[in-house]
Design a protein around this ligand. Structure first.
Ligand code: SAM
Length: 296
């Protein structure tokens, strides 16, 4: 169970408005139970049917806030539940019921189940609502001190090294703050691959255990964070953020130097694609120079 506070919320009183029929996506806390919103509590208290990625977690959260199930169905559902369970939920929505859907923690659909259900409900023209609230990516961006004018949420990087490096190389030239989720076990590998593909000098932030007792925010250049994390044991839930690449005016010398460096660890094709994205130059030209350099 993720919700850490067991204090009943004495401020919450049920809202006066009935919950309209339709699918209600409810965001739940990512650590501190009191981060639930009053509207989320209204929806959980008033919906005809409760649906959850993990029914025990939702039950526990409702208990903390003094919301009774009161004989209402509590159905387990995630994106791999299959067609049968999905049709059952769509049937309930077609019958005019109000359904509250919560994932294990945070905002449904954000590296969490809910997308298939949202897509099916939208395609069927069923009413949908969101009770917005906690999301680790947004919480981390808020604390990071990195530019928030544009950001790209990339979810979890692949766990296999080659796939992860190519995933990161695709993000190298993106002119936005990058936000990734990661497990503590794989954080060291992710940071090492970020240094290799994005360069060691970009500003980055590692947020750990947000809203919880051992919350920690580490800031620094990618190579410094990589060294710091390699030197200690990291536990808990993690968000990694990386500043965008600085736009550089590319010259023939800088393109050649970047390609020579990239060719030390990458194939001609990957090096050309990486440099074309990071320096904003044509892929064809980068490939031609990379080929010359690799043969020369
Ligand atoms: N739906 C959730 C959201 O809105 O943030 C994310 C669910 S995803 C399965 C779980 C991942 O989110 C964790 O592995 C971690 O990367 C990140 N995360 C969730 N809670 C966190 C927290 N309290 N502190 C840091 N990262 C967190």
């Amino acid at each position: 169970m993720r919700h850490t506070s067991d204090t009943p919320d004495s401020l919450w009183k049920p809202g006066l408005r009935a919950i309209p029929p339709g699918l209600h996506f409810v965001s739940t806390p990512i650590g501190a139970a009191r981060d639930i919103t009053l509207r989320a509590l209204d929806v959980l208290a008033g919906a005809d049917v409760l649906v959850a990625e993990d029914t025990r977690t939702l039950k526990h959260l409702m208990e903390i806030h003094g919301i009774a199930l009161a004989g209402r169905p509590l159905i387990a559902y995630h994106d791999h539940s299959g067609e049968g369970p999905m049709q059952r939920l769509l049937g309930l929505l077609n019958d005019g019921k109000s359904l509250a859907y919560a994932s294990e923690a945070g905002t449904p659909l954000i590296s969490d189940p809910g997308f298939e259900l949202a897509r099916a409900a939208a395609a069927a023209g069923l009413p949908m609502f969101a009770a917005p609230g906690p999301c680790a990516a947004i919480c981390a961006l808020t604390l990071s001190g990195l530019p928030s004018d544009r950001f790209l949420f990339a979810g979890f990087a692949p766990s296999a090294k080659t796939a992860r490096r190519s995933f990161l190389a695709d993000l190298a030239g993106v002119q936005a703050t990058l936000i990734l989720y990661e497990s503590p076990k794989r954080l060291g590998n992710l940071l090492a691959d970020m240094v290799a593909t994005l360069g060691g000098t970009r500003q980055a932030v590692v947020c750990r255990e947000l809203t919880k007792r051992f919350e920690e925010v580490l800031r620094g250049r990618l190579e410094d964070l990589n060294a710091a994390v390699a030197a200690r044991e990291i536990k808990g839930e993690i968000v990694v953020l990386v500043d965008r690449a600085l736009p550089v005016e590319a010259t023939e010398d800088s393109i050649t130097a970047a390609l020579d460096e990239a060719l030390e660890t990458m194939s001609v094709k990957d090096a050309a694609s990486f440099v074309s994205q990071t320096l904003g130059v044509s892929r064809k030209m980068a490939y031609r120079i990379a080929l010359d350099r690799s043969q020369g």
